[in-house]
Design a binder for this molecule. Structure first.
Ligand code: PLP
Length: 400
């Protein structure tokens, strides 16, 4: 598609010009595996006539993911959300009420804790890693702490081994929300076997696309068996209902999609790396927009593009994103507002979180993933330059 670069402000979509991207480009991964690969996996469950309930593809997927994460057990779920809820129920210390989570994260993580019947207690994040750390979690540990959830940020990982030490020292169970770090290593060790368990998502926006889906990895066989029962109504053998059951199973067609996407994982990571290198090059010439770099001494999937709007960037983040969105560039603010900034229908525990509040105002995610090409990135960065060059007039328009 030939796109006409913006030459004057009258070319802006908001001023009646044509959109830069008729098909919007987004910050989601949206991997589209080879359709024949997806169909050939699907034929297997279809021919067998088993669509759910621990079918052959779910079993194969779980075995492959366990091996990928170098862990003994993998239990799949209908999504990451319910994998987290059930894991919290199983792992939290009985009677105690609070689950420590960072506030600069997935906007529904507080809800997850509340669905598990507990109270989120928000902690701050480290300024450099943008992740919760021993220093930010420790002040919140107290007599009511039932569980700590270490959450990996979108770029790079939190210091999982250090959090393990803290949890051990305080005798508090530790769960990881590793939705953003399926491919990564920490200190050379594959994400998947830190803490008591780790949870991942296979939503279409994530690295492995199962349309929807989630999974948990653990080396604890009892936990794995309990969760397997809970996700499937609480059945333990025919007609024997135990546990608090729910229906949070992954079905076969989702497993087929996840397997096809998993087959193409390395190709996707290679493409992500090409995009990331291209962004690095293009943005190096644009003062005011600073790329958050991946830590390349670890294994990483280069899956998202996060930038900081520095002092040299003349427009507010909101206005920048509004202009980008209007042209079909679906940039998004990074974890904003932070969780503790929004009122909730459930109780929370929260003190001052200055680093979280500072960081939640300054960053944005830019398009990437399977459907964003190098040419798209070139057009996008050119448009950012255009906004900067014309910022005086644009700011005047905003004030009116
Ligand atoms: C950090 C984090 N945790 C949990 C989830 C929930 O995963 P799912 O969408 O599979 O329910 C998400 C989803 O975006 C997430 O980003």
């Amino acid at each position: 598609v030939h796109r006409k670069a913006k030459r004057s402000l009258s070319d802006l979509y908001l001023n009646g010009g044509s959109r830069l991207f008729e098909r919007p480009i987004s910050t989601s991964n949206l991997v589209r595996p080879d359709i024949d690969c997806f169909l050939s996996y699907s034929r297997r469950f279809f021919d067998k006539g088993q669509y759910s309930n621990d079918g052959p593809l779910v079993q194969e997927l779980e075995a492959r993911l366990a091996s990928f994460h170098q862990v003994q057990h993998c239990i799949s779920f209908s999504n990451g959300f319910w994998a987290l809820v059930l894991a919290i129920r199983c792992l939290s210390v009985p009677v105690k009420k609070e689950v420590i989570i960072p506030s600069l994260t997935y906007r529904r993580l507080g809800d997850v804790v509340s669905w598990a019947g507990l109270v989120p207690r928000y902690c701050d994040v480290d300024y450099r890693s943008m992740a919760c750390s021993v220093e930010t979690v420790r002040p919140h540990v107290g007599p009511e702490t039932a569980l700590i959830i270490g959450v990996h940020p979108i770029i790079n990982c939190c210091d999982a081994p250090e959090l393990e030490l803290l949890a051990e020292e305080e005798s508090i169970p530790l769960l990881f929300d590793s939705v953003e770090s399926a491919y990564e290593t920490v200190n050379g060790k594959k994400v998947g076997s830190f803490g008591q368990a780790e949870v991942f998502s296979m939503h279409a926006s994530k690295l492995i696309n199962g349309f929807e889906g989630g999974y948990l990895t653990t080396n604890n066989a009892d936990l794995a068996n309990r969760l397997k029962a809970m996700r499937g109504f609480g059945f333990f053998g025919p007609d024997n209902v135990v546990e608090l059951g729910t229906n949070a199973k992954l079905n076969e067609v989702h497993a087929a999609m996840a397997l096809a996407s998993f087959d193409g994982l390395q190709a996707q990571v290679d493409q992500n790396l090409r995009c990331y290198r291209f962004y690095q090059k293009q943005l190096s010439e644009l003062n005011g927009i600073k790329l958050v770099e991946f830590y390349e001494l670890e294994k990483t999937s280069f899956k998202n593009i996060l930038v900081e709007l520095t002092e040299e960037w003349p427009l507010s983040r909101k206005h920048t994103i509004d202009y980008l969105n209007s042209e079909g560039i679906l940039a998004r603010p990074y974890y904003s507002p932070a969780l503790h900034m929004k009122s909730t229908v459930y109780p929370v525990v929260c003190g001052a979180l200055p680093t979280t509040e500072y960081l939640s105002e300054r960053y944005m995610l830019l398009p990437c993933g399977h459907l964003t090409s190098l040419e798209d990135i070139e057009v996008l960065v050119e448009f950012l330059s255009f906004l900067k060059t014309n910022s005086d007039i644009l700011m005047g328009i905003q004030k009116k």
